[in-house]
Design a protein around this ligand. Structure first.
Ligand SMILES: Nc1nc2c(ncn2[C@@H]2O[C@H](COP(=O)(O)OP(=O)(O)OP(=O)(O)O)[C@@H](O)[C@H]2O)c(=O)[nH]1
Ligand SMILES: [Mg+2]
Length: 433
Protein backbone atom coordinates (compact mmCIF):
# COMPACT_ATOMS: atom_id res chain seq x y z
CA UNK A 1 0.00 0.00 0.00
CA UNK A 2 1.29 3.39 -0.98
CA UNK A 3 0.45 5.81 1.80
CA UNK A 4 -0.07 9.03 0.01
CA UNK A 5 -2.72 10.66 2.16
CA UNK A 6 -2.99 11.42 5.85
CA UNK A 7 -4.87 13.64 8.25
CA UNK A 8 -3.18 15.17 11.22
CA UNK A 9 -3.98 17.56 14.04
CA UNK A 10 -1.40 20.15 15.01
CA UNK A 11 -1.33 22.45 17.98
CA UNK A 12 1.31 25.10 18.46
CA UNK A 13 2.51 25.82 21.98
CA UNK A 14 0.62 28.25 24.19
CA UNK A 15 2.46 31.32 25.31
CA UNK A 16 3.61 31.25 28.93
CA UNK A 17 1.70 33.36 31.44
CA UNK A 18 2.89 36.76 32.48
CA UNK A 19 3.24 37.29 36.22
CA UNK A 20 2.53 39.98 38.79
CA UNK A 21 5.58 40.67 40.95
CA UNK A 22 7.12 43.63 42.74
CA UNK A 23 10.72 44.40 43.46
CA UNK A 24 11.74 44.02 47.05
CA UNK A 25 14.49 46.37 47.97
CA UNK A 26 15.94 47.15 51.31
CA UNK A 27 14.49 50.40 52.66
CA UNK A 28 11.85 50.55 49.93
CA UNK A 29 8.47 49.53 51.33
CA UNK A 30 7.11 48.59 47.98
CA UNK A 31 9.31 48.40 44.88
CA UNK A 32 8.21 48.86 41.29
CA UNK A 33 6.51 46.17 39.22
CA UNK A 34 8.91 43.46 38.09
CA UNK A 35 6.74 40.62 36.73
CA UNK A 36 8.18 39.31 33.45
CA UNK A 37 6.39 38.19 30.32
CA UNK A 38 5.71 34.56 29.54
CA UNK A 39 7.80 32.86 26.87
CA UNK A 40 6.47 32.33 23.35
CA UNK A 41 4.88 28.98 22.54
CA UNK A 42 6.69 26.70 20.09
CA UNK A 43 5.73 26.86 16.41
CA UNK A 44 4.82 23.84 14.31
CA UNK A 45 6.60 23.41 10.99
CA UNK A 46 6.41 20.92 8.17
CA UNK A 47 9.84 19.99 6.85
CA UNK A 48 10.45 18.27 3.52
CA UNK A 49 12.75 15.35 4.19
CA UNK A 50 14.42 13.29 1.44
CA UNK A 51 14.77 10.33 3.81
CA UNK A 52 11.02 9.83 3.94
CA UNK A 53 9.12 8.34 1.03
CA UNK A 54 5.57 7.90 2.21
CA UNK A 55 3.09 9.28 4.70
CA UNK A 56 2.83 5.91 6.42
CA UNK A 57 4.14 7.29 9.73
CA UNK A 58 0.97 9.37 10.04
CA UNK A 59 -1.03 6.21 10.32
CA UNK A 60 0.33 5.79 13.83
CA UNK A 61 0.76 9.33 15.02
CA UNK A 62 -1.78 11.96 14.13
CA UNK A 63 -1.52 14.44 17.02
CA UNK A 64 1.35 16.88 17.13
CA UNK A 65 1.82 19.48 19.84
CA UNK A 66 4.62 21.95 20.27
CA UNK A 67 5.55 22.79 23.83
CA UNK A 68 4.31 25.85 25.66
CA UNK A 69 6.35 28.82 26.79
CA UNK A 70 7.32 29.06 30.46
CA UNK A 71 5.74 31.63 32.68
CA UNK A 72 7.49 34.90 33.32
CA UNK A 73 9.57 35.44 36.46
CA UNK A 74 10.38 38.19 38.86
CA UNK A 75 13.07 40.76 38.13
CA UNK A 76 11.30 41.25 34.81
CA UNK A 77 12.63 38.02 33.35
CA UNK A 78 10.87 36.56 30.34
CA UNK A 79 10.01 32.88 30.54
CA UNK A 80 11.77 30.45 28.23
CA UNK A 81 10.15 29.94 24.83
CA UNK A 82 8.55 26.61 23.96
CA UNK A 83 10.44 24.35 21.59
CA UNK A 84 9.40 24.35 17.96
CA UNK A 85 8.04 21.10 16.59
CA UNK A 86 9.25 19.87 13.21
CA UNK A 87 7.06 17.37 11.41
CA UNK A 88 9.05 15.56 8.75
CA UNK A 89 7.21 14.75 5.55
CA UNK A 90 8.32 13.45 2.16
CA UNK A 91 9.39 15.93 -0.49
CA UNK A 92 6.33 16.42 -2.66
CA UNK A 93 3.87 16.70 0.20
CA UNK A 94 1.07 19.19 -0.17
CA UNK A 95 -0.68 20.34 3.01
CA UNK A 96 -4.31 21.41 2.97
CA UNK A 97 -6.40 22.93 5.71
CA UNK A 98 -8.79 20.04 6.29
CA UNK A 99 -11.94 22.13 6.70
CA UNK A 100 -11.54 24.44 3.75
CA UNK A 101 -9.28 22.43 1.45
CA UNK A 102 -7.12 25.49 0.95
CA UNK A 103 -3.49 24.74 0.16
CA UNK A 104 -1.28 25.70 3.08
CA UNK A 105 2.04 24.48 1.87
CA UNK A 106 3.57 22.83 -1.13
CA UNK A 107 6.82 21.21 -0.08
CA UNK A 108 8.67 20.73 -3.31
CA UNK A 109 12.26 21.28 -2.23
CA UNK A 110 14.36 19.17 0.15
CA UNK A 111 14.67 20.76 3.59
CA UNK A 112 12.02 23.34 2.77
CA UNK A 113 10.26 24.39 5.95
CA UNK A 114 6.81 25.82 6.26
CA UNK A 115 5.18 27.21 9.35
CA UNK A 116 1.75 25.71 9.73
CA UNK A 117 0.75 26.74 13.25
CA UNK A 118 2.16 29.68 15.10
CA UNK A 119 2.88 29.50 18.80
CA UNK A 120 1.05 31.92 21.08
CA UNK A 121 2.90 34.94 22.36
CA UNK A 122 3.76 35.09 26.01
CA UNK A 123 1.32 36.92 28.27
CA UNK A 124 2.60 40.25 29.53
CA UNK A 125 3.79 40.54 33.08
CA UNK A 126 2.86 43.50 35.23
CA UNK A 127 6.10 45.29 34.38
CA UNK A 128 4.73 45.71 30.85
CA UNK A 129 1.55 47.33 32.17
CA UNK A 130 3.40 50.07 33.96
CA UNK A 131 2.63 53.58 32.78
CA UNK A 132 2.94 57.14 33.97
CA UNK A 133 -0.41 56.94 35.68
CA UNK A 134 -0.27 53.32 36.83
CA UNK A 135 2.87 52.91 38.91
CA UNK A 136 2.03 49.61 40.54
CA UNK A 137 -0.17 47.63 38.16
CA UNK A 138 -1.66 44.49 39.58
CA UNK A 139 -2.40 42.90 36.26
CA UNK A 140 -0.80 40.32 34.00
CA UNK A 141 -1.97 38.32 31.03
CA UNK A 142 -2.11 34.62 30.43
CA UNK A 143 -0.19 33.41 27.40
CA UNK A 144 -1.92 33.50 24.05
CA UNK A 145 -3.14 30.05 23.03
CA UNK A 146 -1.12 28.46 20.23
CA UNK A 147 -2.84 28.03 16.89
CA UNK A 148 -4.41 24.66 16.24
CA UNK A 149 -5.71 23.14 13.06
CA UNK A 150 -6.50 19.98 11.22
CA UNK A 151 -4.42 19.33 8.20
CA UNK A 152 -4.69 16.94 5.32
CA UNK A 153 -1.42 15.85 3.80
CA UNK A 154 -1.23 14.59 0.28
CA UNK A 155 1.87 13.21 -1.35
CA UNK A 156 2.32 14.03 -4.98
CA UNK A 157 5.31 12.70 -6.81
CA UNK A 158 7.64 15.20 -8.25
CA UNK A 159 8.67 14.05 -11.67
CA UNK A 160 9.27 15.87 -14.91
CA UNK A 161 7.80 13.16 -17.07
CA UNK A 162 4.94 10.78 -16.36
CA UNK A 163 4.71 7.53 -18.31
CA UNK A 164 1.05 6.73 -18.79
CA UNK A 165 -0.80 4.06 -20.70
CA UNK A 166 -2.93 0.95 -20.44
CA UNK A 167 -1.76 -1.99 -18.32
CA UNK A 168 0.96 -4.08 -19.99
CA UNK A 169 2.00 -1.31 -22.39
CA UNK A 170 5.56 -1.68 -21.12
CA UNK A 171 5.75 1.43 -18.94
CA UNK A 172 7.82 -0.23 -16.23
CA UNK A 173 10.01 -1.90 -18.82
CA UNK A 174 10.74 1.49 -20.35
CA UNK A 175 11.58 3.00 -16.96
CA UNK A 176 13.88 0.08 -16.20
CA UNK A 177 15.91 0.51 -19.38
CA UNK A 178 16.28 4.28 -19.15
CA UNK A 179 17.06 4.60 -15.45
CA UNK A 180 18.51 2.69 -12.54
CA UNK A 181 15.04 1.88 -11.22
CA UNK A 182 14.04 -1.78 -10.90
CA UNK A 183 10.27 -1.83 -11.14
CA UNK A 184 8.47 -5.14 -11.28
CA UNK A 185 7.71 -6.26 -14.84
CA UNK A 186 5.28 -8.98 -15.85
CA UNK A 187 2.80 -9.74 -18.58
CA UNK A 188 -0.29 -9.39 -16.46
CA UNK A 189 -2.19 -6.14 -15.97
CA UNK A 190 -1.60 -4.00 -12.88
CA UNK A 191 1.85 -5.31 -12.19
CA UNK A 192 2.75 -1.86 -10.98
CA UNK A 193 0.82 -1.02 -7.83
CA UNK A 194 2.64 2.14 -6.85
CA UNK A 195 4.38 4.75 -8.93
CA UNK A 196 8.09 4.22 -9.52
CA UNK A 197 10.56 7.01 -10.00
CA UNK A 198 13.81 7.01 -11.91
CA UNK A 199 16.37 9.58 -12.94
CA UNK A 200 17.15 9.60 -16.64
CA UNK A 201 20.26 11.19 -18.10
CA UNK A 202 20.66 12.04 -21.76
CA UNK A 203 23.29 14.37 -23.26
CA UNK A 204 24.20 15.54 -19.75
CA UNK A 205 20.64 16.60 -19.06
CA UNK A 206 18.75 14.83 -16.34
CA UNK A 207 15.07 14.41 -15.78
CA UNK A 208 12.91 12.37 -13.43
CA UNK A 209 10.50 9.85 -14.93
CA UNK A 210 7.53 8.43 -13.05
CA UNK A 211 6.02 5.11 -14.11
CA UNK A 212 2.37 5.25 -13.15
CA UNK A 213 0.17 2.18 -12.60
CA UNK A 214 -1.82 1.21 -15.70
CA UNK A 215 -4.90 3.23 -16.52
CA UNK A 216 -8.14 1.76 -17.80
CA UNK A 217 -11.50 3.07 -18.80
CA UNK A 218 -13.31 4.41 -15.75
CA UNK A 219 -10.02 5.25 -14.02
CA UNK A 220 -11.28 8.71 -13.13
CA UNK A 221 -14.13 7.13 -11.15
CA UNK A 222 -11.81 4.74 -9.37
CA UNK A 223 -11.70 1.76 -11.73
CA UNK A 224 -8.46 -0.17 -11.60
CA UNK A 225 -5.77 1.57 -9.61
CA UNK A 226 -5.56 4.59 -11.78
CA UNK A 227 -7.52 7.20 -9.98
CA UNK A 228 -5.46 7.07 -6.82
CA UNK A 229 -2.48 7.89 -8.93
CA UNK A 230 -3.83 10.27 -11.49
CA UNK A 231 -3.20 13.18 -9.18
CA UNK A 232 0.50 12.37 -9.19
CA UNK A 233 0.61 13.11 -12.89
CA UNK A 234 -0.74 16.58 -12.17
CA UNK A 235 2.74 17.61 -11.19
CA UNK A 236 4.58 16.30 -14.20
CA UNK A 237 5.28 18.69 -17.03
CA UNK A 238 5.24 16.18 -19.85
CA UNK A 239 3.59 12.83 -20.44
CA UNK A 240 4.94 9.90 -22.41
CA UNK A 241 1.80 8.15 -23.55
CA UNK A 242 2.89 4.59 -24.20
CA UNK A 243 0.76 2.41 -26.45
CA UNK A 244 0.79 -1.35 -26.22
CA UNK A 245 1.76 -2.55 -29.72
CA UNK A 246 0.09 -5.91 -29.23
CA UNK A 247 -3.20 -4.48 -28.02
CA UNK A 248 -6.07 -5.22 -30.46
CA UNK A 249 -6.66 -1.48 -30.80
CA UNK A 250 -3.77 0.78 -29.70
CA UNK A 251 -5.43 3.89 -31.12
CA UNK A 252 -8.67 3.13 -29.27
CA UNK A 253 -6.60 2.70 -26.08
CA UNK A 254 -4.97 6.04 -26.77
CA UNK A 255 -8.34 7.81 -26.99
CA UNK A 256 -9.72 6.05 -23.93
CA UNK A 257 -6.77 7.05 -21.75
CA UNK A 258 -6.97 10.66 -22.89
CA UNK A 259 -10.65 10.63 -22.06
CA UNK A 260 -9.87 9.40 -18.54
CA UNK A 261 -7.26 12.09 -18.05
CA UNK A 262 -9.69 14.77 -19.17
CA UNK A 263 -12.47 13.48 -16.95
CA UNK A 264 -10.19 13.39 -13.93
CA UNK A 265 -8.81 16.85 -14.48
CA UNK A 266 -8.86 18.88 -17.70
CA UNK A 267 -5.38 20.21 -17.00
CA UNK A 268 -4.09 16.64 -17.27
CA UNK A 269 -5.47 16.28 -20.75
CA UNK A 270 -3.89 19.58 -21.69
CA UNK A 271 -0.40 18.45 -20.74
CA UNK A 272 1.97 17.96 -23.64
CA UNK A 273 2.30 14.31 -24.66
CA UNK A 274 4.77 12.32 -26.65
CA UNK A 275 2.80 9.41 -28.10
CA UNK A 276 4.84 6.25 -28.49
CA UNK A 277 3.99 2.80 -29.80
CA UNK A 278 5.94 0.10 -27.91
CA UNK A 279 7.03 -3.48 -28.71
CA UNK A 280 8.36 -2.72 -32.20
CA UNK A 281 10.64 -5.75 -31.91
CA UNK A 282 7.59 -7.88 -32.73
CA UNK A 283 6.89 -8.37 -36.47
CA UNK A 284 3.12 -7.90 -36.03
CA UNK A 285 3.68 -4.54 -34.41
CA UNK A 286 6.08 -3.47 -37.14
CA UNK A 287 3.46 -4.40 -39.71
CA UNK A 288 0.76 -2.40 -37.96
CA UNK A 289 2.89 0.69 -37.25
CA UNK A 290 2.28 2.65 -40.47
CA UNK A 291 -1.47 2.38 -40.18
CA UNK A 292 -1.39 3.30 -36.48
CA UNK A 293 0.87 6.29 -37.15
CA UNK A 294 -1.48 7.54 -39.86
CA UNK A 295 -4.49 7.28 -37.57
CA UNK A 296 -2.67 9.05 -34.75
CA UNK A 297 -1.67 11.89 -37.07
CA UNK A 298 -5.26 12.24 -38.20
CA UNK A 299 -6.18 12.63 -34.51
CA UNK A 300 -3.74 15.50 -34.23
CA UNK A 301 -0.68 13.75 -32.80
CA UNK A 302 2.19 15.67 -34.41
CA UNK A 303 4.95 13.06 -34.49
CA UNK A 304 4.03 9.65 -33.17
CA UNK A 305 7.08 7.58 -32.29
CA UNK A 306 7.76 3.85 -32.19
CA UNK A 307 10.15 2.05 -29.86
CA UNK A 308 11.00 -1.29 -28.45
CA UNK A 309 11.66 -0.97 -24.76
CA UNK A 310 13.10 -4.49 -24.77
CA UNK A 311 15.56 -4.07 -27.67
CA UNK A 312 15.95 -0.34 -26.88
CA UNK A 313 15.41 0.57 -30.50
CA UNK A 314 14.18 4.16 -30.70
CA UNK A 315 14.56 4.70 -26.97
CA UNK A 316 17.41 7.17 -27.20
CA UNK A 317 15.53 9.29 -29.73
CA UNK A 318 12.56 9.29 -27.36
CA UNK A 319 14.67 10.48 -24.45
CA UNK A 320 16.22 13.21 -26.53
CA UNK A 321 12.82 14.42 -27.62
CA UNK A 322 11.59 14.38 -24.02
CA UNK A 323 14.58 16.44 -22.88
CA UNK A 324 14.15 18.90 -25.75
CA UNK A 325 10.45 19.28 -25.02
CA UNK A 326 11.06 19.84 -21.30
CA UNK A 327 13.64 22.49 -22.08
CA UNK A 328 10.97 24.45 -23.93
CA UNK A 329 8.34 24.12 -21.22
CA UNK A 330 8.03 26.56 -18.37
CA UNK A 331 8.97 25.32 -14.92
CA UNK A 332 5.47 24.83 -13.72
CA UNK A 333 5.80 25.25 -10.00
CA UNK A 334 7.13 28.60 -8.93
CA UNK A 335 8.74 28.25 -5.54
CA UNK A 336 8.57 30.70 -2.71
CA UNK A 337 11.84 32.62 -2.35
CA UNK A 338 11.96 32.24 1.36
CA UNK A 339 12.99 28.87 2.76
CA UNK A 340 10.88 29.39 5.79
CA UNK A 341 7.93 30.65 3.85
CA UNK A 342 4.86 31.31 5.88
CA UNK A 343 1.80 29.27 5.39
CA UNK A 344 0.10 29.68 2.07
CA UNK A 345 1.12 31.84 -0.81
CA UNK A 346 -2.00 33.81 -1.62
CA UNK A 347 -3.62 36.79 0.02
CA UNK A 348 -6.46 34.54 1.17
CA UNK A 349 -4.14 33.26 3.89
CA UNK A 350 -3.15 36.49 5.51
CA UNK A 351 -4.82 36.75 8.84
CA UNK A 352 -6.42 33.32 8.68
CA UNK A 353 -7.27 32.25 12.15
CA UNK A 354 -5.86 28.74 12.06
CA UNK A 355 -2.47 29.91 11.01
CA UNK A 356 -1.65 32.56 13.51
CA UNK A 357 -3.82 33.06 16.48
CA UNK A 358 -7.32 34.40 16.49
CA UNK A 359 -7.63 37.88 15.05
CA UNK A 360 -11.25 37.83 13.90
CA UNK A 361 -13.08 40.33 16.06
CA UNK A 362 -16.60 39.57 14.91
CA UNK A 363 -18.93 37.94 17.42
CA UNK A 364 -22.41 36.50 17.73
CA UNK A 365 -24.85 36.68 20.63
CA UNK A 366 -27.32 33.87 21.19
CA UNK A 367 -29.03 32.17 24.10
CA UNK A 368 -27.49 29.00 25.49
CA UNK A 369 -29.75 26.01 26.27
CA UNK A 370 -30.22 27.15 29.87
CA UNK A 371 -31.12 30.68 28.81
CA UNK A 372 -27.73 32.23 29.54
CA UNK A 373 -26.34 34.73 27.04
CA UNK A 374 -23.80 33.09 24.79
CA UNK A 375 -21.18 35.31 23.20
CA UNK A 376 -19.08 33.60 20.57
CA UNK A 377 -16.16 34.98 18.62
CA UNK A 378 -12.56 33.90 18.07
CA UNK A 379 -10.95 37.05 19.38
CA UNK A 380 -13.04 37.60 22.52
CA UNK A 381 -12.69 33.90 23.41
CA UNK A 382 -8.95 34.28 23.14
CA UNK A 383 -9.05 37.33 25.41
CA UNK A 384 -11.01 35.28 27.96
CA UNK A 385 -8.24 32.70 27.99
CA UNK A 386 -5.61 35.39 28.40
CA UNK A 387 -7.30 37.17 31.29
CA UNK A 388 -6.10 36.48 34.83
CA UNK A 389 -9.41 36.88 36.62
CA UNK A 390 -7.96 37.05 40.10
CA UNK A 391 -6.70 40.59 39.45
CA UNK A 392 -9.19 43.41 39.59
CA UNK A 393 -7.25 45.43 37.00
CA UNK A 394 -7.35 42.49 34.61
CA UNK A 395 -11.12 42.23 34.97
CA UNK A 396 -11.46 45.95 34.31
CA UNK A 397 -9.32 45.61 31.20
CA UNK A 398 -11.51 42.77 29.99
CA UNK A 399 -14.55 45.01 30.37
CA UNK A 400 -12.90 47.75 28.35
CA UNK A 401 -12.19 45.27 25.56
CA UNK A 402 -15.84 44.08 25.64
CA UNK A 403 -16.86 47.70 25.32
CA UNK A 404 -14.40 48.46 22.52
CA UNK A 405 -15.52 45.45 20.49
CA UNK A 406 -19.15 46.56 20.79
CA UNK A 407 -20.19 43.48 22.74
CA UNK A 408 -21.40 45.41 25.78
CA UNK A 409 -23.66 47.66 23.71
CA UNK A 410 -24.94 44.72 21.68
CA UNK A 411 -25.93 42.87 24.86
CA UNK A 412 -27.71 45.96 26.19
CA UNK A 413 -29.51 46.41 22.88
CA UNK A 414 -30.73 42.84 23.15
CA UNK A 415 -32.14 43.57 26.59
CA UNK A 416 -29.68 42.04 29.02
CA UNK A 417 -30.75 42.44 32.67
CA UNK A 418 -28.81 42.87 35.90
CA UNK A 419 -27.54 39.47 37.20
CA UNK A 420 -28.03 37.67 33.89
CA UNK A 421 -25.37 35.09 33.08
CA UNK A 422 -23.04 35.72 30.14
CA UNK A 423 -20.99 32.83 28.83
CA UNK A 424 -17.88 33.42 26.72
CA UNK A 425 -15.66 30.46 26.00
CA UNK A 426 -15.03 28.70 29.30
CA UNK A 427 -15.96 31.77 31.36
CA UNK A 428 -19.24 32.68 33.04
CA UNK A 429 -19.86 36.25 34.08
CA UNK A 430 -22.67 37.82 36.07
CA UNK A 431 -23.87 40.92 34.30
CA UNK A 432 -23.84 44.10 36.27
CA UNK A 433 -24.00 47.65 35.06
N1 LIG B 1 8.15 -7.82 -26.97
C1 LIG B 1 8.15 -6.83 -26.10
N2 LIG B 1 7.60 -6.98 -24.91
C2 LIG B 1 7.63 -5.94 -24.05
C3 LIG B 1 8.22 -4.72 -24.39
N3 LIG B 1 8.07 -3.89 -23.34
C4 LIG B 1 7.44 -4.57 -22.39
N4 LIG B 1 7.17 -5.82 -22.81
C5 LIG B 1 6.49 -6.87 -22.05
O1 LIG B 1 5.18 -6.47 -21.78
C6 LIG B 1 4.76 -6.97 -20.51
C7 LIG B 1 4.28 -5.82 -19.62
O2 LIG B 1 5.41 -5.00 -19.33
P1 LIG B 1 5.43 -4.00 -18.12
O3 LIG B 1 6.62 -3.16 -18.26
O4 LIG B 1 5.24 -4.73 -16.83
O5 LIG B 1 4.11 -3.17 -18.47
P2 LIG B 1 3.42 -1.98 -17.64
O6 LIG B 1 2.92 -1.03 -18.63
O7 LIG B 1 4.34 -1.48 -16.61
O8 LIG B 1 2.19 -2.77 -17.01
P3 LIG B 1 1.37 -2.45 -15.67
O9 LIG B 1 2.36 -2.15 -14.59
O10 LIG B 1 0.62 -3.70 -15.39
O11 LIG B 1 0.48 -1.32 -16.00
C8 LIG B 1 5.95 -7.69 -19.93
O12 LIG B 1 5.82 -9.07 -20.19
C9 LIG B 1 7.12 -7.12 -20.72
O13 LIG B 1 8.19 -8.02 -20.81
C10 LIG B 1 8.80 -4.59 -25.69
O14 LIG B 1 9.36 -3.57 -26.09
N5 LIG B 1 8.73 -5.68 -26.49
MG1 LIG C 1 4.20 -1.47 -14.65
Amino acid sequence: MFFDEAKIYVKAGDGGNGVVAFRREAHVPRGGPSGGNGGKGGDVFLVADLQINTLIAFNKQIHFRASSGDQGRGKNQTGAGGEDLLIHVPVGTVAFEAETDLILADLVRPDQRVLIARGGRGGRGNWAFKSATVQAPRIAENGEPGAERRIRLELKLIADVGIVGVPNAGKSTLLSVVSAAHPKIADYPFTTLEPNLGTVVIDNRDMVFADIPGLIEGAHTGAGLGHTFLRHIERTRLLIHLLNGISPDPVGDYMAINQELALFNPTLAAKPQIVVLNKMDLPDVQAAWRGIATKLRSLGVPEPMAISAVSREGVEALLRRAADTLAELPKEFPLPDDETALVGYGPEFSGRSGMSTATDKSFTITHDVDGAWLVQGAYIEKIVKMTQWEYYDAVMRFQRIMQALGITDALRAKGIQEDDTVRIGSKELDWSD
